[in-house]
Design a protein around this ligand. Structure first.
Ligand SMILES: Nc1ncnc2c1ncn2[C@@H]1O[C@H](COP(=O)(O)OP(=O)(O)OP(=O)(O)O)[C@@H](O)[C@H]1O
Length: 197
């Protein structure tokens, strides 16, 4: 089931339109890159596709139907700053359980040590915390991942490890991925096509 945005338009606070009439389509098992100058609206488009915000024009559909209004969301988004994306009062185990029972193979592929599950967010480094955010976003019900500068703050080795784990899910589960990044070499390595925004 493709993830599609049709004739999407958005603007903040009734200012000028950030974008209008944008069509975008991602197929299962596809990794697509989204590039464009800073401030052009890439993250905003990602938020619309992930159902965080409602488009002001057009619609987002998954397999031809509107995104589900409640329950586990099949389109998940991961941001650059993991510390903003987790509840500081939840252990990492509880954080992960939000997305369903975690798959031990996925945790191992993301380099998450079993002992980390009993830690609190402030007891992990940014890179360690981001691994949990990715694990949570790849819960069993996820069909699409919107990765917004997901590995921009990580070293090259960790970056490669995390993207390999995502790629394996693309192959095994036919996960579809939209990669928002300024790093052209990363996009060329990962993506089968690029959308210039
Ligand atoms: N909540 C908000 N309220 C008002 N304006 C916003 C809000 N979020 C983003 N903007 C503005 O909308 C524009 C697009 O922002 P967005 O984050 O989507 O761009 P981007 O292409 O992802 O940028 P970057 O590459 O710098 O991350 C920017 O000018 C930004 O200042």
């Amino acid at each position: 089931m493709p993830l599609e945005g049709s004739k999407l338009g958005y603007r903040y606070n009734k200012k000028q339109w950030l974008f209008e009439k944008v069509d975008i389509r991602i197929e299962p098992g596809e990794i697509v890159g989204l590039v464009g100058p800073s401030g052009c609206g890439k993250s905003t488009l990602g938020r619309l596709l992930a159902g965080y915000d409602e488009p002001l024009q057009g619609e987002v559909t998954l397999g031809g139907a509107p995104l589900p209004p409640s329950g586990y969301h099949p389109v998940q988004m991961v941001f650059q700053h993991p510390e903003k994306a987790v509840n500081p009062r939840w252990t990492m185990r509880k954080t992960l359980l939000e997305a369903g029972e975690p798959d031990p193979q996925l945790l191992a592929a993301l380099g998450i040590g079993p002992a980390w599950l009993d830690r609190w967010p402030n007891e992990l480094s940014g890179g360690e915390l981001q691994r949990f955010c990715i694990a949570r976003a790849l819960g069993p019900g996820t069909r699409y991942l919107i990765a917004d500068e997901m590995t921009a703050m990580l070293d090259a080795i960790t970056q490669a490890q995390l993207w390999q784990a995502v790629r394996d899910r693309v192959t095994e589960r036919r996960l579809g991925v939209l990669v928002i990044s300024h790093e052209r070499h990363l996009l060329h390595r990962l993506c089968s096509r690029l959308i210039e925004f």
